[in-house]
Design a protein around this ligand. Structure first.
Ligand code: F6P
Length: 522
C-alpha cells in the first residue's frame, strides 16, 4: 500500500486505540457525520472506532491506491480479473453497467422470466434448485429473505453431495409435480452433477423418459446441458463476465423468479442498480460501499481485528451470513496481490446468525472474550407483518447490543449495580470482575425501511461493492478463486479409493484414515 497514506492511517489507528468508544459515541456531531443514506439504505458508522481524522486518512489511502480509477475500470468492462482474463460486469445484469457488445442481457432475462411466469401458472407445485456455491447461496438466501413475496410453487434447494440432502428434500414431494432447475456455471461441478443425476433418476422412476420436460438448466456451458439431456428450450445461459458468487442477478435467479415472479425479480434488480449508480457516481466521502469497505479495511489492517460478524436483526436474512461468507471470503481470502507478491492482511473471517438468536449463543464472546470482533447489524424499521410488540423488541435488542459493545460497563458501574440490587460487599468484590464489560468493541448498523425485493437488491449490491473496494485497496484480485481447486483435485483422485480401489500412493496420514474407514464399514 502507498506508504505515506498508509503511515497516516496507522498513525490515526494508534491515536484512536487510546480513545474508548464510550467517549466517541458521546460526540453528537461526530455521530451525525458518520451516518449516510443512499438507495434506501442507511449506513451508520457512529459505533466504529472512527472520527474525522481517521476517515480523512482512509479516504486519502483510497485515493493514493487509485480506487477511483479502479472503479472506472470495473464499470468499463476492462478485464480486471487478470488471472482468468475476464471482465467483471455483474452490474450489467441489472442495468447498472453496459454489457459487452453482442451479449443480449435483456433478451436472456426476458426469456428466463417468461419461463418463470409459465412455471408459476402450474401444474408443478414444487421446484428444486440443484446447485452449490454461487449457484445455490444467492437464490436460497433471497428466497428466504423474500418469503412474503413467494407466491409461486414451493422452492427447495439441494447443494450438498451428501445424499442426505437430496433424500430429505424429496421425501414427501410428488415426482409428478416437482420440477428441477439444475444450476451450474461450468456444468462440471461434482456435487451438482451427482445431485442432478440422482434427482433425474427419481423423476424418471415415476414418469419415465417424459421426466426430462420437468428439468431446466442454467449454465454458461450450453453443450454440457444438452449432453445431460435437457432440451435447449429450457436451458438459460449467462456469461463468463459473471462470477459465480455475483450471479444471482442472472439466469441463476431462475428458481427465485419462479417463487416471486418477474415483476418482483425486476424490482430486486432495480434496487441493486440504484446502489450501482450511487457507487459509481457519489464522491468517495459520501459513498456507502466505499465507507463500508474502508471501515472493513480499517478494522482488519489498521486495528488488527481478524473476524467480522454479520448479525441481521431480520429473521428472513438468516442465510445472509452464509451468502456473504462466499461473497467476501472467496473474493478476498487471498495471500498474494494481483502482481503475485505477498500481501500483509486481506479479508477477515466472516460469520453470523440472526439476532436475537445469536445473543443467546456466541454473543458472550463478543462482549467479554479476549479478541474484539467487530459486528455488522442489519435492521428494518418496519416488519412485513404486524405481530404485537415483536418488532419493537427486535429493534430494542439490536440497538442495545451495539450500545453494550461500544460503551461496556466499568467495574465501578458493575459494583454500583450489584449494591443497588442488594449484594453483600464480599460478593460484590468476588463477582464484579465477571459482571463488567470492557466495551470499546466496534459495530456498524445498516438500516432500511422494510425487507422487500428492492431493498434486498440494494443491500446485496452494497456488500458486493464493499468487497471490490477492500480488494482494490489491498491490491488483490477479488474475482478469482484458485484456493478452492487443490481440494477438488485431491477429491477426484481419492474417489476411486473411496469406491473400493487400492489405497496406493497415499501419505501415511490419509492412508490411516482410509484404513480406519474401511474397518468401520468393511
Ligand atoms: O468451488 C467454488 C466454485 O467454483 C464457486 O466459485 C462457484 O460458485 C461454485 O463453485 C459452483 O460452481 P458452478 O456454478 O460452476 O457449479
Amino acid at each position: 500500500m502507498s506508504s505515506a497514506a498508509w503511515d497516516r492511517v496507522k498513525a490515526e489507528a494508534a491515536r484512536l486505540k487510546a480513545v474508548h468508544l464510550r467517549a466517541l459515541i458521546a460526540d453528537g456531531a461526530r455521530c451525525q457525520a458518520l451516518q449516510r443514506t443512499a438507495a434506501g439504505i442507511t449506513l451508520d458508522l457512529s459505533r466504529e472506532k472512527l472520527d474525522a481524522g481517521a476517515m480523512e486518512a482512509l479516504l486519502g489511502l483510497a485515493e493514493a491506491q487509485g480506487l477511483p480509477a479502479m472503479r472506472a475500470a470495473l464499470f468499463s468492462g476492462a478485464p480486471i480479473n487478470a488471472t482468468e482474463g475476464r471482465a467483471v460486469l455483474h452490474m450489467a445484469l441489472r442495468g447498472g453497467a453496459t454489457p459487452p457488445d453482442g451479449d443480449d442481457v435483456e433478451g436472456t432475462l426476458s426469456r428466463m422470466l417468461a419461463y418463470a411466469e409459465d412455471m408459476r401458472r402450474g401444474p408443478m407445485t414444487d421446484v428444486i434448485n440443484i446447485g452449490i456455491g454461487g449457484s445455490d447461496l444467492g437464490p436460497a438466501m433471497a428466497a428466504r429473505a423474500l418469503r412474503p413475496d413467494c407466491d409461486g410453487p414451493r422452492l427447495h434447494f439441494v447443494s450438498n453431495v451428501d445424499g442426505a440432502h437430496l433424500t430429505d428434500t424429496i421425501a414427501g414431494l410428488d415426482p409428478a409435480r416437482t420440477a428441477l432447475v439444475v444450476v451450474s456455471k461450468t456444468f462440471t461441478t461434482q456435487e451438482t452433477m451427482a445431485n442432478a443425476a440422482s434427482a433425474r433418476d427419481w423423476l424418471e422412476a415415476q414418469n419415465g423418459p417424459a421426466a426430462h420436460r420437468q428439468i431446466a438448466a442454467v449454465s454458461t456451458n450450453i453443450p454440457a446441458c444438452t449432453d445431460f439431456g435437457i432440451d435447449p428450450a429450457r436451458v438459460f445461459g449467462f456469461w463468463d463476465w459473471v462470477g459465480g458468487r455475483y450471479s444471482l442477478w442472472s439466469s441463476v435467479g431462475l428458481s427465485l423468479a419462479i417463487g416471486i415472479g418477474a415483476l418482483r425479480f425486476r424490482e430486486m434488480l432495480a434496487g441493486a442498480a440504484a446502489m450501482d449508480a450511487h457507487f459509481r457516481e457519489a464522491p468517495l466521502a459520501e459513498n456507502l460501499p466505499v465507507l463500508l469497505g474502508l471501515t472493513g479495511l480499517w478494522r482488519r489492517s489498521a486495528l488488527g481485528m481478524q473476524a467480522r460478524a454479520v448479525i441481521p436483526y431480520d429473521q428472513r436474512l438468516e442465510r445472509l451470513p452464509a451468502y456473504l461468507q462466499q461473497l467476501d471470503m472467496e473474493s478476498n481470502g487471498k495471500g498474494v496481490r494481483s502482481d503475485g507478491q505477498p500481501v500483509a492482511t486481506t479479508g477477515p473471517i466472516l460469520f453470523g446468525e440472526p439476532g436475537t438468536n445469536a445473543q443467546h449463543s456466541f454473543f458472550q464472546l463478543l462482549h467479554q472474550g479476549t479478541d474484539p470482533v467487530p459486528v455488522e447489524f442489519l435492521l428494518a424499521a418496519r416488519p412485513r407483518e404486524t405481530l404485537g410488540a415483536h418488532h419493537a423488541a427486535l429493534m430494542a435488542n439490536c440497538l442495545a447490543q451495539g450500545q453494550a459493545l461500544a460503551a461496556g460497563r466499568t467495574q465501578a458501574e458493575a459494583r454500583q449495580m450489584m449494591a443497588e440490587v442488594g449484594f453483600a460487599p464480599a460478593e460484590i468484590a468476588r463477582l464484579a470482575p465477571h459482571r463488567c464489560f470492557p466495551g470499546d468493541r466496534p459495530s456498524t448498523t445498516v438500516l432500511y425501511e422494510t425487507l422487500d425485493p428492492r431493498t434486498l437488491g440494494a443491500i446485496l449490491a452494497l456488500y458486493e461493492h464493499r468487497v471490490f473496494v477492500e480488494g482494490a485497496i489491498w491490491g488483490i484480485n477479488s474475482f478469482d478463486q484458485w484456493g478452492v481447486e487443490l481440494g477438488k483435485e485431491l477429491a477426484r483422485s481419492l474417489m476411486p479409493i473411496m469406491q473400493g480401489g487400492a489405497a496406493d500412493g497415499l501419505d501415511p496420514a490419509t492412508a490411516g484414515l482410509v484404513a480406519r474407514l474401511r474397518e468401520l464399514a468393511p
